[in-house]
Design a protein around this ligand. Sequence first.
Ligand code: CTP
Length: 332
Amino acid sequence: SAAPVVVAPAMDGEMYAHPATQANVDRLRSFGYALVEPEVGPLASGATGQGRLAETARILDAVVEAVAGRAIRAADEAQRPPVDETLREPDLEGRHLIVTAGGTAEPIDPVRFIGNRSTGRMGVALAEAALRRGARVTLICGATSVPLPAEAEIRPAPTAAAMRDAVLSVLPQADALIMAAAVADFRPTRVSERKVARSEGLILELEPTDDILAEATRRITRGELAAGRPNGAGRDRRPVVVGFAAETGSLDRAPDKAERKGVDLLVANDITDEASGFGSETNRVTLIVPGSDPEPWPVLPKIEVAHRLLDRVSALLVLRDALNAAGASSVA
Ligand code: CTP
């Protein structure tokens, strides 16, 4: 809840004085929570000390003070107290994830390129969240302007073509592919080997780049990955595929895009929304699961979007493994 929080603890006196309790009390205060200290007096154990629940009037005063002057508003998810990252379950241990991040740069000549405004923040948040949950992460990066996690295996991929090669070479070993990168849709048909002089003028002819996501899902559905798997024989280790769709204005096209690209999950957002723009700390996304109603998520810090998305990826992997196990035992 984004509502103000008032805590009125009560316990036996020695417990309240214990450094562990006091550390927790300080922690609650650090979230901005109001604390109504317990009162001194006889306690349930028969001892006397600080531990009695504060009088109702004092608790009410604290509540009134906490809400006074606050406009009534919808919950602002971005204002939630910080998530304790160390408490995540290592549910992705033994899984290998490919995450792409940043924007590709398609060269015009040795100096110039066609690029985009992606900073890589969402992809990097996904890589960090996956690492915390015990995954091995290959982070395939275009141009980024945020620090990259040192524990990830970083593969630079400056152009759409380089990113395609990197993704397809790692895909046979991966349990999931998350395409958070902003891949150029068009590149110059010809790249000049020398700098084009201003006096020459410049009209660019563009050609579409290969659609990496579509190609990855095509290879997966055709069963072309098994050959590249270390222990792949007979075992369906089909990777879970997640796409992103940066739209402007309406997300109406997103469900079609999810079907067309053959992804398991599509994360759509409206980049004209100030909570979701490039480089923003937060994101407001709608999750598309083909065949189900779109799920609009609230505005969340990007790391929280990453964890919620990984919850879904993790669940799909558990389901995949359970189906494989059921298939294997029915064959046996
Ligand atoms: N993508 C990709 N290869 C490309 C272009 C995009 O793999 N050459 C991936 C992006 O990383 C993203 C998803 O496809 O995960 C959707 O990208 P988007 O540009 O929104 O989709 P398009 O295929 O370009 O569709 P449209 O032009 O209709 O918006």
